[in-house]
Design a protein around this ligand. Structure first.
Ligand SMILES: NC(=O)c1ccc[n+]([C@@H]2O[C@H](COP(=O)([O-])OP(=O)(O)OC[C@H]3O[C@@H](n4cnc5c(N)ncnc54)[C@H](OP(=O)(O)O)[C@@H]3O)[C@@H](O)[C@H]2O)c1
Length: 283
């Protein structure tokens, strides 16, 4: 199974298919990531907010793979947007991962209603990590079009990626187009809408016709749209199923039928980034 590598504006490349660890219990993360690495995943998406960076690092170290063979992303927690806090948090991320660099580091949420709406100073702090080589690429997550425009106008480094909610029920075309225009790669989080799209009759019919599962058809749709994905599962059979999506193709009619399932804002499963203002209590 060869997972395509996608070029980033930093000059680095990222495996288009990875493994997400949101909601995986910190105590179970090392085992889950070890299992995923055995199936062939070479890209892990974690975050300080998930409290499981340590398990990711442990699994990579125990795998026998070189650090350079596994692409690791982490994200700045919402309580640490002020520059000094961001610097401390980033040191903590590297320590937890047991690595002197991270492949990709993101601002997890823009939080436009907190910190006086200033996510630009936070971004300038990530630019430091990038220049130091401790973050090989930097990017953002959950940035809306207006947030991206402001960031690009007021900064030197254009984000390498924007990680946003995208799946057949929320195609998020406006943000994806803005990303593409700015040379930013879109990463689609909750690619199967946390399982919600798997009972969809349109997706089910395509899956039966092709002898694939609804999850495989949905993940394949993302791959053909060019987005980077990292489905999460703690079920080994599903980890394997989700990885086996690079050896078939959807016809343009099937791609269009899946895209037509878009419900816009009604399809959103997570918070709206324009108003989301959550800061974890333990921060
Ligand atoms: N930047 C952000 O703000 C943000 C927000 C959310 C997520 N993310 C990232 O995106 C990753 C993926 O998103 P997600 O975890 O929210 O949702 P997801 O990957 O769309 O769905 C995960 C859910 O679907 C189930 N599942 C996985 N594969 C399946 C299959 N083949 N058949 C049936 N059910 C299946 C999993 O169950 P089991 O585990 O029980 O198998 C789990 O309940 C996260 O892990 C995280 O890395 C980022």
């Amino acid at each position: 199974m060869t997972v395509p590598d996608i070029p980033l504006n930093s000059g680095e490349t990222i495996p288009q298919l990875g493994f997400g660890v949101f909601k995986i219990d910190p105590a179970e993360t090392a085992d889950a990531v070890s299992e995923a690495l055995k199936f062939g995943y070479r890209h892990i998406d974690t975050a300080e907010m998930y409290r499981n960076e340590k398990g990711v690092g442990e699994a990579v170290q125990a795998s026998g793979l070189y650090r350079s063979e596994v692409y690791i992303t982490s994200k700045l927690n919402n309580g640490f947007h002020r520059p000094d806090d961001a610097r401390r948090a980033f040191d903590g991320t590297l320590k937890a991962l047991g690595s002197d660099y991270v492949d990709l580091f993101l601002i997890h949420w823009p939080l436009p209603t907190l910190y006086g709406g200033d996510f630009v100073s936070t971004w300038h702090t990530l630019e430091e990590f990038y220049r130091e080589g401790r973050a090989r690429s930097i990017g953002v997550s959950n940035f809306q079009v207006s947030h991206l425009q402001r960031l690009v106008q007021e900064s030197e480094v254009v984000p390498a990626v924007n990680q946003i909610e995208v799946h057949p029920y929320l195609c998020n075309e406006e943000v994806r187009s803005a990303d593409a225009e700015l040379g930013i790669v879109t990463q689609a989080w909750s690619p199967i809408a946390k399982g919600r799209v798997l009972k969809d009759p349109t997706i089910g019919a395509i899956a039966s016709r092709l002898g694939r599962t609804p999850a495989q058809v949905t993940l394949r749709w993302h791959i053909q749209r060019g987005d980077v994905i990292f489905p999460k599962s703690t079920t080994p059979a599903r980890m394997k199923e989700n990885f086996e999506i690079v050896d078939f193709e959807l016809e343009p009619e099937d791609m269009a039928a899946i895209s037509a399932l878009d419900r816009g804002e009604e399809g959103r499963t997570g918070p709206n980034p324009d108003v989301f203002a959550y800061v974890p209590r333990s921060v």
